[in-house]
Design a binder for this molecule. Structure first.
Ligand code: ZN
Length: 213
């Protein structure tokens, strides 16, 4: 599909703790275009029990990456759906330069938005997260400091998940940098990258992004 004029075909890149997810939601409302996450597409196929979903489930169960052909097949279909005619915001693709090259003929991004944040700041933000061990209610360390560790929803105990411990976060950040850097360089060479400082407040980052679109 060839992009038509004014269509916003955006790719969103950023580590955990950068506020990327929130910016994706805000941009989706602001631009009236869908946010498309490859993880979400996979989960939807699995939930709907489609043939594709069944094969995706096998990879997920085996702890393997869903193969490129499947991810690409889902994305190609999704970006031509009715709600994406004015554009889309893709989160979670491409993850590799090979995927970016393959996508050259059909993805045609108009901008690649990179939200950056120091590892130390990302760790700081992420390690504030707390969750109920029973109902998974999400809250913060500040809340626990003020109100105690009893879940306001189910009276369960609020804890810090192992995933949110600093070492685990740092490990994911290292992986993120390793995987993402080549993709960012690839799009940089195509003149598509716009960088934003994710250490700023959510509204400030949003205003800056909106300004360049
Ligand atoms: Zn709870």
């Amino acid at each position: 599909m060839t992009p038509h004029e004014g269509q916003k075909r955006l790719i969103l890149i950023g580590p955990q703790g950068s506020g990327k997810g929130t910016q994706g939601e805000l941009l989706s409302v602001y631009l009236q275009i869908p946010t498309i996450s490859t993880g979400h597409l996979c989960r939807t196929e699995i939930e709907h029990g489609t043939e594709l979903g069944k094969s995706i489930e096998q990879y997920v169960r085996a702890g393997e990456l869903v193969p490129d052909e499947i991810v690409i097949q889902m994305l190609k279909k999704r970006i031509t759906e009715f709600d994406a005619q004015d554009g889309f915001i893709i989160d979670g693709f491409p993850r590799t330069v090979a995927q970016a090259e393959e996508a050259e003929s059909w993805l045609r991004p108009t901008k690649v938005i990179v939200i950056e944040i120091d590892d130390a700041q990302a760790v700081e933000r992420m390690s504030q997260r707390r969750a109920c061990s029973q109902c998974r209610y999400k809250t913060t360390a500040d809340f626990v400091a003020k109100h105690g560790d009893e879940c306001p929803r189910c009276s369960g105990k609020i804890v810090q998940r192992e995933d949110d411990l600093p070492e685990a976060i740092q490990h994911r950040l290292n992986t993120y940098h390793q995987i993402t850097q080549p993709v960012v360089s690839y799009y940089e060479a195509h003149g598509l990258i716009e960088r934003f400082d994710g250490a700023q407040t959510i509204p400030k980052v949003f205003m800056e992004i909106a300004h360049v679109l």
